[in-house]
Design a protein around this ligand. Structure first.
Ligand code: IMP
Ligand code: MG
Length: 173
């Protein structure tokens, strides 16, 4: 393990921001139930913390997708590795993602989910790298915009490591 991790966002900063976004979502969905779709594996830590801060009724489901492409860039052709357990028809769906990079994966996933007739479909991400965007994606809730650096922690991995870090760090090789 030769890489070093430089802290970019502290545990406190991340937790504070998730509370804020949770409050905002609770206001926006007042009188409704929100159906969270966690995009595995990276979205799992964020989804759990966010769900705890939402005060309207929450249901959750999980999906795992893999994007064809090489290690550093996704092609945007998404293969469903694990599909949702329940239907999303007629539900107020909120996709919860760890990070939006090129936007390819999410724009494809949104197209797939739209065809299943949810009542509404929104997107929430912990991190966004807007500089890297190739495909336009409407992101409804963003916790942090970050520069174009490879980050880990809070669910995000580098070769499957560091997902469990309680903060967000930059990998320095
Ligand atoms: P894209 O938006 O289709 O380019 O791909 C987004 C996916 O690439 C995310 O869901 C992550 O799995 C992965 N990814 C992009 N940037 C990073 C990063 O900085 N650290 C860890 N994973 C990343
Ligand atoms: Mg992801």
């Amino acid at each position: 393990m030769s890489e070093k991790i430089r802290q970019l966002l502290s545990e406190e900063e991340v937790d504070r921001k998730i509370r804020e976004i949770g409050e905002q979502i609770s206001k926006d969905y007042e009188g409704k139930c929100v159906h969270l779709i966690c995009v595995l594996k990276g979205g799992v830590f964020f989804t759990c913390e966010l769900a705890k801060r939402i005060t309207v009724p929450v249901s959750m489901d999980f999906m795992s997708v893999s994007s064809y492409g090489d290690d550093t860039s996704s092609s945007g052709v998404v293969r469903i590795v694990k599909d949702l357990d329940e239907t999303i028809e007629g539900k107020d769906v909120l996709i919860v993602e760890d990070i939006i990079d090129s936007g390819r994966t999410l724009s494809h996933l949104i197209e797939i989910l739209k065809q299943r007739n949810p009542k509404s479909l929104r997107l929430c991400t912990l991190l966004d790298k807007p500089e890297r965007r190739v495909k336009d994606v409407k992101v409804d809730y963003v916790c942090f915009n970050i520069p174009d650096e490879f980050v880990v922690g809070y669910g995000l991995d580098y070769a499957q490591k560091y997902r469990n870090l309680p903060y967000i760090g930059v990998v320095e090789l």
